[in-house]
Design a binder for this molecule. Structure first.
Ligand SMILES: CC(C)(COP(=O)(O)OP(=O)(O)OC[C@H]1O[C@@H](n2cnc3c(N)ncnc32)[C@H](O)[C@@H]1OP(=O)(O)O)[C@@H](O)C(=O)NCCC(=O)NCCS
Length: 188
């Protein structure tokens, strides 16, 4: 299960492109802001140099949780978020996605859904996987509605699977198969 070197992915309103060196300070600020990335997730602080190394090394590391694409709005070339994917299990041949709209004022406008749609499309075209997944805190309504809009199905719930904000949280397992993805309605 390997991915080719990352291309730029063109959508309707957005493009996803590999991070450039000039993007990293802003991405690092989002990544290190608990209000931005972690209302429903564990949070840990990275130094800028650790973060830069993680982004640089990610293309050679299928398990890396570093950002793999910057989400850029096409109308003004503004970066508004970042997304990633990682081999989520040591044996199973599945890849999981994650996503953050770093510009919080840009949330709720469909950009998250378009970003993840572009990413999933790319993964099915570039990797020999039959399933793309996501694990989502059951309280993260925006995140699970986003993947459900894209055709992901809730396959189960891992109880008490993630510790954050002083307690254990249940996590929903979502997935979309290659066949589901090929059959989904497309925008005209
Ligand atoms: C999750 C996230 C990427 C969603 O991005 P977004 O651009 O706001 O999402 P969209 O505008 O495409 O909306 C997707 C769906 O979620 C719903 N939604 C968006 N924000 C919501 C909120 N705060 N509460 C409830 N539903 C919400 C939208 O209404 C839409 O569903 P609908 O069309 O059925 O109404 C964004 O909220 C975010 O970056 N959150 C913090 C990081 C995070 O939790 N990432 C996911 C980790 S698994």
């Amino acid at each position: 299960m390997s991915a080719a070197a990352l291309p730029t992915l063109e959508g309707y309103r957005l493009r996803l492109r590999p991070p450039a060196a000039a993007d990293l300070p802003a991405l690092h600020d989002w990544y290190n802001d608990p209000e931005t990335v972690a209302p429903f997730d564990r949070f840990s602080v990275d130094t800028l140099s650790d973060f830069e190394a993680a982004v640089r090394d990610a293309p050679g590391d299928p398990g890396s949780l570093a950002p793999r694409f910057v989400v850029e709005r096409k109308s003004d070339s503004r970066s508004i978020g970042f997304v990633g994917h990682y081999q989520a299990h040591p044996v199973l041949e599945t890849v999981d996605v994650w996503y953050v709209l770093g510009e919080r004022s840009e949330r709720g406008k469909g950009y998250g859904t378009e970003s993840v749609g572009l990413l999933v499309d790319y993964l099915f075209h570039s990797m020999q996987v039959e399933r793309v997944g996501a694990t989502i805190d059951v309280e993260n309504t925006a995140s699970y509605r986003l993947v459900e809009k894209l055709g992901f199905r809730r396959e189960g719930v891992l109880r008490s699977a993630l510790f954050h904000h002083s307690r254990w949280h249940d996590v929903a397992v979502y997935g979309v198969t290659r066949a589901d993805w090929a059959a989904r309605p497309r925008r005209a």
